[in-house]
Design a protein around this ligand. Structure first.
Ligand code: ATP
Length: 697
């Protein structure tokens, strides 16, 4: 019986038979079907399969797609597979820290990306017209290469990356081909990943937990825990994060965070990786490490495309190919080595001792005159020229690529995610609970604030609930409780959701989970925290202020409190999903003020002008206040004590209810109204979130 590690090494000799188009291709020898977005996982073809290695017959090298790495690793047909294959000097029993750790990742069949006449136009806003950012650029990014998209700030590097990856689809014109065929976006998304410039990671999870969550979301329950664990171990080893696997992500250095971002996407072995400025904010040693890692991943058959500002000479030479943009036009496309000869050919020789990368950026910036940019653009044919590639004659054109790669089999799967909705939901709930347990703001502080405010209010309004002379005080207390419940949760959501939103955008785009699963999970995760916080608050305030000691009234009071919390949170979600932190922080309280006006607190419902009566019907604070008043003074409450004053105007609760024009028997109406408003806000927040994600495209 082989150990997981031995099986991994052995099975990694089996190349994927997938075309790398994100579309299933039948392996001609084994007759089984692989999905190229995941490393072959079935018991026979597993990356770390649990079956016999002898059962893992290598697919026939029926075409020339097999990379050099593949060839090196393939036993010949007649050769039996060794129990523990030797790979680049690492044998299957290798201890952690093998010399060639990158050989652990299975090789990929390369994907050649080509784009023609690509333009991207954005709307500048109402009445401001449109702006074209990319101007009919062409280009070719062959497989198994590390490609840099370079250019001055604002040249359109990120825009090009977004268009190629499918992150942006609106306003994109032109054609994008994969191995010669028109890109099918859903299929392409299944085989690619996008690593954003800012590290959008869960700060409160350890490296290992982050990796496990990624594995559970990307590989699902069909893959055993041991298999996932093995794969995670290997990736962490490869990326030099193994020693840090118990470190909280927020404590990692910039370079480590960047590597973790890559590690998490490597779990399902994508064929094409887009990295937006992977070196930004890193020191030169970390930059080199990250780029060398990318290079090795590219050598295994992946197409790795990075945007980069202005690399040093050392970093520049790590890239295989470079694509230089200037104001949305291509001014050079070719190998890094041939940049200097290219510049010589166009009579713009690179000065001696000058970093060619710096020089081309200076030219692209227009530092030597705008005419030079035009010269470069026409020499590079706006990306159409392939003359400056390393072996330009051997570069396959679209037609040749189409002949070389068979028509990919169309996948039947409709959803982009690799695992089921229920799996996504349970993993997200698990992640949410781990985060909540450690979150000092959303959980600890929230509970502490509830207890603290309850103590303050309790001591301010001691005894007001039973005393006839303090009914107005008690009414103030009820309103204060209402504002506390609605505002604290609302503001917390407005302030924290935009941060979550950036992680959501990345993970959702990389197909970790559907928006529905995410949304359901955040709703469910918050329930226990809301209930605990609200219950603690209610018990303290209710008892301290001597509200009526009747279970029914207590639960009515608690129910209204909890519903107010839900409504406040849903309202915050709606604002947080749509607006930035700054705008949201301003808008949320501003929009709450009319709700307060219409609550019937300052101005009674009777005194509201007739043309503003509608406001009281949409104010959730009105239903909250009415519900509280009903729970405390309604439902036939008897005569109140009158111990603290010679005369108690509101000794009879009915008199007070008449004064504030509330009936006191409306509890269920208020309960239902709050439920409906909460659900309506949640639905609107979901629609807003969906629209927001769509608008980013
Ligand atoms: N939605 C948009 N509306 C208006 N202008 C936009 C929009 N998106 C991008 N731009 C403009 O397009 C140009 C290219 O932007 P892009 O972010 O692609 O540049 P970049 O080369 O990646 O720059 P940097 O290196 O500074 O990140 C910039 O001038 C930018 O202001």
């Amino acid at each position: 019986m082989l150990s997981a590690r031995e099986q991994f090494f052995t099975s990694s000799t089996v190349p994927t038979s997938a075309l790398g188009m994100g579309i299933e291709v039948v392996d001609q020898r084994s007759g089984s079907v692989y999905s190229p977005t995941t490393v072959p996982l079935t018991s026979v073809h597993g990356w770390r399969n649990g079956g016999s290695v002898f059962a893992t017959a290598p697919p026939a090298n029926t075409d020339s797609q097999v990379t050099e790495v593949d060839k090196e690793h393939h036993p010949t047909k007649s050769e039996p597979l060794p129990l523990v294959a030797k790979i680049n000097g690492c044998n299957g029993n290798v201890e952690k820290g093998c010399d060639e750790p990158f050989s652990n990742l299975p090789s990929r069949v390369p994907v050649d990306i080509e784009f023609k006449e690509l333009s991207l136009t954005v709307h500048m806003g109402f009445g401001k017209g449109e702006k074209e950012i990319l101007h009919n650029v062409c280009g070719k990014f062959p497989g198994s290469q590390l490609i840099a998209i370079m250019g001055p700030s604002g040249a359109g590097k990120s825009t090009l990356l977004d268009a190629l990856s499918g992150f942006k689809t609106t306003g994109v014109d032109g054609s994008i081909l994969l191995n010669g065929r028109r890109r099918d976006l859903p299929s392409f998304r299944r085989m690619s990943c996008y690593i954003t410039q800012d590290d959008r990671l869960q700060p409160l999870l350890t490296v290992n937990e982050n990796m496990h969550i990624a594995a559970d979301l990307k590989l699902g329950t069909n893959v055993s825990y041991e298999e996932k664990e093995g794969r995670i171990e290997d990736i962490l080893l490869l990326l030099g994060l193994y020693e840090h696997d118990q470190t909280m992500t927020m404590r990692l250095s910039g370079g480590q965070k960047k590597r973790l971002s890559i590690a998490m996407e490597l779990i399902n072995n994508p064929t094409v990786m887009f990295l937006d400025e992977p070196t930004t904010g890193l020191d030169s040693s970390s930059c080199t490490k990250v780029l060398e890692l990318c290079k090795k991943l590219a050598q295994q058959g992946r197409t790795i495309i990075c945007t980069i500002h202005q690399p040093t000479a050392k970093l520049f030479q790590i890239f295989d190919q470079v694509y230089v943009l200037s104001a949305g036009n291509c001014v050079y496309q070719g190998s890094t080595e041939r940049l200097v000869p290219f510049l010589q050919t166009v009579d713009l020789p690179c000065p001696v001792y000058h970093n060619p990368a710096d020089y081309i950026i200076e030219l692209a910036c227009g530092e030597y005159g705008k005419d030079k940019v035009d010269i470069l653009k026409s020499a590079a044919e706006n990306g159409g020229s392939l003359a400056w590639f390393e072996n330009s004659n051997s570069i396959l054109r679209a037609e040749a690529l189409m002949r070389k790669y068979p028509i990919p089999k169309k996948t039947q799967k409709r959803s982009l995610e690799d695992t089921s909705y229920l799996n996504q939901l349970s993993v997200l709930i698990h992640r949410g609970y781990v985060k909540a347990k450690r979150d000092t703001t959303l959980t600890h502080l929230r509970i502490a604030v509830n207890v603290f405010v309850a103590i303050i209010l309790g001591s301010l309004y001691t005894g007001s609930g039973r005393e006839g002379s303090r009914v107005l005080d008690n009414y103030n207390l009820l309103f204060a409780i209402l504002i506390h419940h609605s505002m604290t949760t609302m503001m917390l959501t407005v302030l924290t959701f935009p941060i979550e939103m950036s992680i959501l955008l990345k993970e959702h785009f990389n197909r970790w989970y559907s928006l529905k699963a995410y949304y359901t999970s955040i709703t469910l995760i918050d329930l226990p925290i809301s209930i605990i916080g609200c219950l603690l608050f209610t018990v303290i305030v209710y008892l301290w202020s001597y509200q009526p000691m009747e279970w029914t009234r207590f639960w009515m009071f608690f129910a209204i409190s909890l519903l107010t919390v839900f409504v406040g949170q849903s309202f915050g979600l709606m604002i947080g999903a749509w607006f930035s932190v700054v705008n949201g922080t301003f808008l949320a309280p501003v929009l709450t003020i009319p709700m307060m006006m219409f609550a019937g607190f300052g101005v009674t419902l009777r005194d509201l002008p007739s043309y503003l009566k509608w406001g009281s019907h949409i104010s959730y604070l009105r239903y909250g206040l009415e519900g509280f008043v009903g729970a405390i003074y309604g439902e036939g409450r008897g005569v109140l004590d009158c111990n603290e004053a010679p005369y108690c105007h509101y000794r009879y609760p009915q008199k007070f209810l008449e004064e504030i024009t509330m009936r006191g028997d409306q509890f269920w109406n208020d309960f239902i109204a709050l439920c409906v408003i909460s659900i309506a806000f949640r639905v609107v927040a979901f629609v807003v979130l969906k629209a927001k994600i769509h608008s980013v495209k």
